[in-house]
Design a binder for this molecule. Structure first.
Ligand SMILES: Nc1ncnc2c1ncn2[C@@H]1O[C@H](COP(=O)(O)OP(=O)(O)O)[C@@H](O)[C@H]1O
Ligand SMILES: [Mg+2]
Length: 442
């Protein structure tokens, strides 16, 4: 089994002293659907520094968990994955470029439409994040890192999107490097597929060994940071692979994995169908409780469809489960769950209203903690179950709500829940449509 050397750990500590650099959704779509080899190369260069910084933070964080949690075998395993991926990126050989090519890479290019490029350098505060909850660094302007050193020097010149001239020939080394870089990222993405379940496994090991019933606020905030960072890393990796492989080009309106015209109604209908299917299967129902959707047909906005599907699927499964358990699986008619989509200037808000009996007020804070569930028997943790990012069982891991809220917050949205005990629950999913908010980091 792979183990990090002491020297590698030292390099990791060095990288972990630099702050991560946030990238907004708007910056991610500036690439357009067919970025040039030079533009992709500049992005590869940015990522070959940015990803190791983010991975290094996670290696350190995993090593500093309290109460013996860092010593659990599954936590160690995950830490090694992060260290190994770190090593693979920093060891990837870079092409040697002639001075002429270097100069050309630095020369500002033009946008896809031929207009001179306007690089977005500043990102706005992510509105769903409390001050101090995550340290979110602005892009080009320096922030102060943990050691109090100004990171301005480190951040200067490090930009994700820099358009390089598209109408010129680039030497083949550049394209070769882009391809190699993308393959390395694919390998890393696959390695980290089962991080969520393996960390959950680690927490279970710790609960058993230390006889702990609940996770405290230190571990809760560690998990929030950790999974939020994972969303960001996978977003950057997924985006870069898609742009390099051009897999998205067949689909109109896509830039990498971002859809500039995500149709809310289509995604909601699909999530409803999937949640009802899982519900029928789980309870052995002839027909799952009905869901009514109120949404303008042509309501589109820029988003990652996979994230939206995930959040809707999770909240709908919760509502359907509550409805079935409140009214009894032997009923042949259930109250209808309503999904209402509202369109504002700032937000698109989706309200999911069920008559599933609600949640006692004292349990509301608990629904946001990892591994809190009212399912009696937690299904066994199959390490392969989340091989695809967006597949999950009916209920029982207690990860549905906290992870969905992270997805919402990642792009400046939020997830809120209001319950009427004895009647039902309203879940509000706010999605920020301005999409210039910065990533919440660390
Ligand atoms: N719409 C809802 N109505 C009633 N209870 C809910 C609802 N949504 C969530 N809950 C409660 O919150 C708990 C945690 O939900 P979640 O994080 O999705 O984990 P899981 O579904 O795996 O239990 C559920 O077990 C349930 O007790
Ligand atoms: Mg759930």
């Amino acid at each position: 089994m792979w183990k990090p050397s002491e020297r590698l750990m030292e390099t990791i500590r060095h990288y972990a002293s630099f702050p991560a650099t946030g990238v907004s959704l708007r910056q991610m779509v500036q690439f357009g659907d067919r970025p040039s080899t030079g533009t992709l190369f500049r992005a590869s260069q940015f990522l070959s520094e940015e990803l190791p910084i983010r991975l290094a933070h996670r290696v350190q964080d995993l090593g500093e968990l309290p109460d013996g949690l860092s010593e659990m075998p599954s936590i160690k395993k995950v830490q090694d994955w992060y260290a190994q991926s770190f090593e693979e990126i920093i060891n990837l050989p870079r092409p040697s470029l002639t001075q002429e090519v270097r100069n050309r890479l630095l020369r500002p290019g033009r946008m896809n439409d031929g207009s001179p490029s306007k690089i977005l350098s500043e990102a706005t505060q992510n509105p769903s994040i409390r001050e101090g909850q995550y340290r979110s660094s602005t892009t080009a302007n320096g922030t102060i890192n943990g050691n109090g050193k100004s990171a301005a020097a480190a951040a200067a010149g490090r930009r994700y999107f820099v358009p390089a001239d598209g109408n010129v020939e680039w030497p083949p080394e550049l394209n070769d490097y882009n391809q190699r870089f993308s393959r390395t990222l694919q390998q890393i993405k696959r390695r980290h597929d089962s991080v969520v379940t393996t960390v959950a496994q680690g927490i279970l090991e710790w609960k058993r060994e230390r006889q702990r019933m609940q996770i405290d606020s230190t571990i809760q905030s560690f998990l929030d940071r950790f999974y939020m960072s994972r969303i960001g890393i996978r977003m950057l990796i997924g985006q870069h692979i898609a742009l390099t492989e051009q897999t998205h080009v067949k689909h109109p309106n896509y830039v990498g994995i971002i859809c500039t015209k995500t149709n809310v109604r289509d995604i909601a209908l699909e999530a409803i169908e999937n949640a009802r299917f899982v519900c029928e299967d789980y309870y052995g129902l002839f027909e799952a409780p009905k869901v009514q959707l109120v949404c303008r047909e042509d309501l589109n906005f820029m988003y990652v469809p996979g994230h939206l599907s995930h959040m809707l699927f999770e909240t709908l499964k919760n509502s359907l489960r509550a409805v079935v358990e409140q009214h009894g699986a032997d009923r042949d008619q259930f109250p209808v769950t309503k999904v209402i989509v509202a369109e504002g200037k700032e937000d698109i808000t989706i309200k999911i209203t069920d008559e599933g009996g609600g949640i006692p007020r004292s349990a509301i804070p608990l629904v946001w903690t990892y591994m809190y569930t009212t399912v009696e028997q937690t299904p066994s943790l199959d390490p392969d179950f989340d091989k695809s990012d967006f597949k999950a069982p009916m209920a029982g891991f207690g990860y549905g709500l906290p992870i969905s809220r992270l997805y919402a917050r990642y792009f400046g949205g939020d997830l809120k829940l209001i319950s009427m005990e004895g009647y039902g629950t309203d879940v509000y999913l706010h999605l920020n449509r301005l999409s210039s908010s910065s990533e919440p980091l660390q």
